[in-house]
Design a protein around this ligand. Structure first.
Ligand SMILES: Cc1cc2nc3c(=O)[nH]c(=O)nc-3n(C[C@H](O)[C@H](O)[C@H](O)COP(=O)(O)OP(=O)(O)OC[C@H]3O[C@@H](n4cnc5c(N)ncnc54)[C@H](O)[C@@H]3O)c2cc1C
Ligand code: SF4
Length: 324
């Protein structure tokens, strides 16, 4: 690891000032950052720790009825929160499936959204396109765990379980930076490689994610998160499916399907969502939506297995939510 200076910020303002200098990096729980620095995925001249900022911790209801989760809230706190379990069960489920108990105790929700990709070429000694090099090693290489949607020069999958659940609920993220604070819909927070394959989020220099805001959960909203991994112990998602469905009478009024382990960003198969809306949630509409969910998949040489995997998971999850 190359040397760097260290600032333990005492306020959000001090953190922003520190991060606006040189090549500084944010440290929250450190479970991803320290691995990246140790493995020289990137280097830094200053680490700015925000871990002591109490105002960025905890879960609270706002006067508008939203639920605001501080970016430094640990993943364990998210998975064990009664209010999240009752109103946003897909998020509690996704958080409970992140990594191991130790990592969930140390890792934060903000860090989970901002973590770096897990592509083994990127994490290894390969100077690939995402690191500013001239080629993607995954295209002709070992691409079993890479994306089947949205690859455009780079074929990572987004590594976060919670990102898909938050996207299913239409969350918003709050960002603080040198120019003040701004709110961004989570649908626009992650940057696909077709827009810029050297960055993963819209965060600009000096900016930090301060909170994640969930809109009120309307009565009758049913939601779930299901994850399949290569082994029963801790692991990233081979495939994850977050669903949020609300009925109006006996037809679907709201449908959000969000896939993890599928694309460089949490992936919404919008044609499948549209096909559900206005229809009865029955075996035929479910089969059709599951098929549409994967109709635009473009698997690489070694990951075509993900196409029937996602299709089957979506069909099963929708069937469960429909109570069929
Ligand atoms: C062995 C292992 C297994 C894992 N398995 C899973 C899994 O199954 N599912 C899953 O979803 N994740 C998994 N993870 C990822 C893990 O959940 C993340 O490492 C963790 O959530 C990161 O949180 P942190 O607070 O430790 O972030 P840090 O390591 O402190 O930061 C991570 C990155 O985000 C940036 N960052 C952190 N907080 C902020 C902020 N508030 N604003 C702006 N930038 C910020 C940092 O600069 C850094 O680049 C795994 C990690 C490991 C090491
Ligand atoms: S998939 Fe992306 S991160 Fe992985 S080698 Fe290719 S360009 Fe690099």
């Amino acid at each position: 690891m190359t040397g760097f200076s260290y600032l333990k910020a005492k306020s959000v303002k001090e953190a922003i000032t520190g991060l606006s200098q040189g090549n500084a990096r944010v440290h929250a729980g450190g479970t991803d950052l320290l691995g990246c620095l140790r493995d020289q995925v990137f280097t830094t001249d200053m680490v700015v720790s925000i871990s002591g900022l109490k105002e960025m911790k905890g879960i609270r209801e706002t006067p508008e009825g939203d639920l605001s989760i501080g970016a430094l809230t640990t993943i364990t706190e998210v998975s064990e929160s009664r209010i999240i379990g009752d109103r946003y069960p897909a998020l509690a489920q996704a958080a409970s499936e992140v990594a191991s108990p130790q990592l969930r105790n140390q890792g934060t929700l903000g860090g989970n959204l901002c973590q770096k990709p897990r592509c083994w070429y990127y994490r290894g000694e390969f100077h690939c396109l995402r690191k500013g090099g001239d080629r993607c090693y995954a295209v002709a290489g070992e691409n079993h765990y890479h994306c089947i949607f949205g690859g455009s020069g780079c074929y990572i999958v987004h590594p976060s379980d919670t990102a898909s659940a938050l996207t299913a609920y239409g969350a918003t993220v709050e960002i603080a930076g040198p120019a003040g604070t701004r709110k961004v819909s989570i649908d626009r927070f992650f940057v696909p490689p077709s827009e810029d394959l050297t960055r993963e989020t819209v965060l600009e220099k000096g900016e930090i994610l301060t909170a994640i805001i969930l809109p009120p959960s309307p009565g009758g909203l049913k939601s779930s998160y299901r994850k399949v991994r290569a082994r029963r112990s801790w692991d990233f998602a081979l495939a994850g499916v977050a669903l949020a469905i609300r009925m109006s009478g006996n037809t679907v009024a709201v449908a959000r399907i969000v896939l993890s382990g599928a694309a460089p960003v949490p992936w919404r198969p919008v044609d499948a969502e549209k096909a559900l809306i206005g229809n009865v949630l029955g075996p035929d509409s479910i089969k059709r939506a599951a098929a549409l969910s994967v109709s635009s998949a473009q698997p690489l040489k070694h990951n075509a297995y993900k196409v029937p995997l996602f299709r089957g998971m979506i069909e099963e999850e929708l069937t469960d939510l429909a109570g069929l």
